[in-house]
Design a binder for this molecule. Structure first.
Ligand SMILES: Nc1ncnc2c1ncn2[C@@H]1O[C@H](COP(=O)(O)OP(=O)(O)OP(=O)(O)O)[C@@H](O)[C@H]1O
Length: 588
């Protein structure tokens, strides 16, 4: 196209005549004339900033240049030999880094494709870098898309790079001095530059948030670990403290407005507590996470570097003491919510549950969620009663933990009642909080006359009941958590084979979490290779027994898997099927 035609076309577009130009180009032309006062009949040479200004611009972008460099080098290798030049411009449009073929350096310099050239749209008119900065989108400005006649031989493709707070911070551009005429010839360049900008943002997020959890996500499991689409950094309470632009785009579509500062569970069916389950080592297909609109994605969590080998996640915050209690089991979640509400009060709490279900652990979590370093003192039937007053005194301002009070003979129960009643005479601020754990059915013992009712009512103002392991729906979460706990001292990363996992899922676990912990600890200690397989598991010490659990509960805990439920209940599959039909859980 001759120069005159170019000017005439710009004139037509400005006068609102129909044009085949891309809309973004036409809008930029209008900005050039109406907003910046540029004149298409007066070409102007490239604007190169002075050496000292360039130094200032480079200093301000130093961190980004350092982080972007390896990505840019990789990109340059991909396009080498095709006469592309690669520019990194800062948020003002000034080229702060440059890769080009030294053979063409003079020509590139004359065209402004060089360090220090200022490609802001206000100065250079419609161009790759400048128009990308204004539109905040990846863009190709091909030949006569350029406003200024000086640049019409060029083809420039640019993508924005956003910082972890979502501000446009730089532009990555690849340009050609001479290109084939059809604009479509540059679509590969657009993909390349967009992908490279995404990788630079990812590298920047990782570098900025070494001490935080990072959640990467992708729609495709194949690329999740190698080239994920998006990522967010999270603080200890699950709030988003950094993001890539891809993450902002996906999460903003969940209709909640702002992304930064929001908790991850507003966007995904996921809390900070689930992050360890999404770490590398789990099969990618198991790392499925669901957006609030139901769309599935694959997640990859990267632990804070200083905490890589330790268990997650707690870093202060009101709920962190409870984060180890359970995963996505609805009953456990309700229980933890109640425990957290009871925690700041002085109400005596009775925690019930079969042996090894984690009663003491829950009580310690309630205790730990209180501010300050308060005493935690345990009193059991094995403690001689003459020592009790000293223990009660030591527990002042903290917790007096009564473990298995049903083991106390009647005389000791009266003694305990007096001790507990005596605590009421202490000033409130010194009075120890009573928390009791029992695997016994205390109300039944009260009815039978084996446990003092007045003592029972003193201890059981509030009651929390822990489910047995066989009825928990977060079995896999517990399994993975314990695996990490026991294998973290091993240099190789140990995992369970699918068969071993299935066997553990199908066991009855009469000893509950204690039995599971013991089993895994032994298996980890004995494992020779990197995988714990079926023969590496110690056998279940007790055979399954018939239990009063409802079929609906067992099926829920087994995710509806009949064969698994049958193994856990110690009956065959057809019995489960028959009972499920009888109980109306399945159609006849
Ligand atoms: N959420 C959990 N995650 C990992 N391990 C757990 C969890 N809860 C309990 N455990 C482990 O299981 C074992 C039993 O826990 P705990 O002593 O709290 O149970 P308990 O119900 O008080 O047992 P008992 O009734 O036999 O005294 C301990 O080794 C504990 O570390």
């Amino acid at each position: 196209m001759r120069d005159r035609d170019h000017v005439r076309e710009i004139d037509h577009v400005l006068n609102g005549r129909p044009s085949e130009r891309d809309g973004v180009v036409a809008q930029s032309w209008r900005r050039c004339v109406n907003d910046y006062g540029l004149d298409p009949t007066r070409p102007s040479p490239p604007h190169i900033v002075t050496e000292s200004r360039l130094r200032e611009h480079r200093e301000q972008s130093e961190r980004l240049i350092a982080i972007a460099r390896s990505g840019l080098e990789a990109l340059f290798r991909q396009i080498a030999g095709q006469k592309y030049v690669l520019l990194l411009a800062d948020a003002k449009g000034v080229t702060v880094d440059y890769f080009g073929d030294p053979k063409f350096e003079d020509e590139l310099r004359r065209a402004g494709l060089y360090l220090g050239s200022d490609w802001s749209e206000q100065l250079a008119g419609t161009c790759g870098v400048g128009s990308c900065l204004v539109t905040q989108q990846a863009i190709t400005i091909h030949q006569t898309d350029h406003f200024d006649l000086t640049h019409t031989p060029l083809s420039c493709t640019a993508a924005p790079i956003f910082d972890t707070s979502g501000n446009l911070t730089a532009v990555l551009d690849i340009s050609l001095l001479r290109s084939p005429q059809p604009k479509i010839s540059q679509s590969l360049a657009l993909n390349l530059v967009t992908a490279s900008a995404r990788r630079v943002e990812m590298a920047n997020l990782m570098a900025m948030n070494r001490g935080d959890w990072v959640l990467r996500f992708s729609t495709s499991p194949e690329f999740l670990d190698v080239d994920p689409e998006a990522a967010v950094a999270l603080d200890g309470s699950g709030r988003i403290i950094g993001m890539t632009h891809g993450a902002e785009t996906v999460l903003a579509q969940q209709g909640t407005g702002a992304v930064l500062g929001e908790r991850i569970d507003r966007f995904f069916d996921l809390s900070v507590d689930n992050l360890p389950d999404l770490m590398r080592g789990r099969p990618t297909e198991d790392r499925l996470i669901t957006l609030r609109d139901g769309q599935g994605m694959f997640g990859h969590a990267i632990a804070p570097q200083s905490e890589r080998l330790s268990l997650p996640v707690a870093r202060g915050g009101p709920t962190s003491a409870f984060q180890s209690i359970g995963g996505s089991d609805p009953a456990i979640q309700r229980l933890v919510a109640e425990a957290a509400r009871l925690a700041p009060t002085s109400i005596p709490v009775l925690v019930t549950g079969e042996t090894g279900t984690g009663k003491e652990r829950l009580i310690r979590a309630i205790h730990a969620s209180q501010p300050g370093n308060r005493p935690f003192v345990a009193l059991t039937a094995a403690t001689p009663p003459e020592d009790w007053p000293a223990l009660a005194e030591a527990a002042q301002t903290g917790t007096l933990f009564l473990d298995a009070p049903e083991d106390l003979p009647p005389a000791s129960q009266s003694h305990l009642l007096r001790l507990v009643a005596g605590l009421d005479t202490l000033p409130t601020r010194r009075r120890p909080r009573l928390m009791t754990a029992t695997a016994a059915d205390l109300p039944a013992l009260v009815r039978e006359g084996a446990f003092r009712p007045d003592l029972f009512f003193r201890l059981a103002a509030a009651r929390l009941s822990l489910p047995p392991l066989r009825l928990r729906q977060d079995f896999d979460w517990l399994l993975d958590r314990m695996m990490r706990q026991f294998s973290h001292l091993r240099p190789d990363s140990l995992r369970l084979s699918p068969a071993a996992r299935a066997e553990l899922q199908s066991r009855d676990w009469p000893g509950n979490l204690r039995e599971l912990a013991n089993t895994l600890e032994v298996a980890v200690a004995l494992a020779e290779g990197a995988v714990i397989d079926l023969p590496d598991l110690p056998p279940a010490p007790l055979a399954p027994v018939e239990r009063p659990d409802t079929l609906a509960d067992v099926l829920a805990a087994c995710g509806g898997n009949m064969a698994l439920a049958a193994r856990r209940m110690g009956v065959n599959r057809s019995t489960i099927l028959r009972r499920a039909r009888r109980d109306g859980l399945l159609p006849n």
